[in-house]
Design a protein around this ligand. Sequence first.
Ligand SMILES: Nc1ncnc2c1ncn2[C@@H]1O[C@H](COP(=O)(O)OP(=O)(O)O)[C@@H](O)[C@H]1O
Ligand SMILES: [Mg+2]
Length: 326
Amino acid sequence: MTIVDLLDKATLRFLLFGGKGGVGKTSSAAASALWAAEHGRETIVISTDPAHSLGDCFAQDISGGEVIPIKGVKNLYGMEINPQKAYEEYKETAQQSDTGEIGSMGDMMGLEDLADMNAPGSDEALAFSKVLEFIHKCEYDLVVFDTAPTGHTLRLLGLPEMLDSFFGKLIKFRMRFSSMFSRLKSIFGRGDPKGEDRSLENLENLKVAINEARVELTDPTRTSFVIVMIPEAMAVSETERLLQTLYEYQIPSSHIIVNMVFPDIPNCQFCRARKTMQTQYLSQIHEIYDDFMITEIPLFEEEIRGIPALTRLSSLLATGVFPEKR
Ligand SMILES: Nc1ncnc2c1ncn2[C@@H]1O[C@H](COP(=O)(O)OP(=O)(O)O)[C@@H](O)[C@H]1O
Ligand SMILES: [Mg+2]
């Protein structure tokens, strides 16, 4: 079983890639998306990592926060989420929000205020709201997410519980109180009579949107989270943390990519030393994660950049470089 078994599943809609920085998440996400697109599925790969490298990986400028067709590949689109652009969009929708419709995800999250204050985490919240939007719209056969290291963004999925907690109730109480206050102000002629505070309603809508995303993301027929790691000590501890987050939110995960495995090169003492070091961790990884499908990918001579290199990687991911007997 390889990544292809996942990609071949007709029901699969969301494929997420995560792991420590620099281990090959973006390369693996792009190569998997390429494989799916070349096999006839309309696929988009979205980078939610603020340190974007998806454009670099495709050797094409896709910055700017818009969906861009990938040159030379049918059915493949890419997007790097740009918090600034998302913020501008929310500002626009907020200005036209007298329509009585449910506001955008950004509205619901009160992102305008957050971004205005340059609050810590506002970029992450903006990226998360975009992710919710893509899950909600589901306009592609397959949506591949190239996520930020160690799934911090996923923690925002816990918002519904937080809102139901004591702390959340306190926030809602404050909001209810402030909306009562703004209504009083409008009755007494101060404040905007139309400026009814809809924050509480927005918060409830946000809860619905997150719960809807969670239904998708916890369904093993529709979603899978692929863990990418390298055979080194730090990667193992980082993977443990990531798995804990996935477990907490019940996000299905069955595949691990162990990337940058040193190839066998005769007469190279340096290579042999590295290989010996890696072999020890590889055995450990296979032992700890024996219920996962593990695909080992060798270290390429060159960086993985552009469609030809990605095609090489995607065929390795598809056929699976299985662990040598050791
Ligand atoms: N198997 C590999 N062999 C050689 N270079 C690789 C391999 N996998 C990734 N790289 C290179 O390593 C760098 C980091 O990879 P990237 O996919 O951007 O990691 P991440 O998204 O996890 O930060 C990139 O320059 C990429 O081209
Ligand atoms: Mg990356």
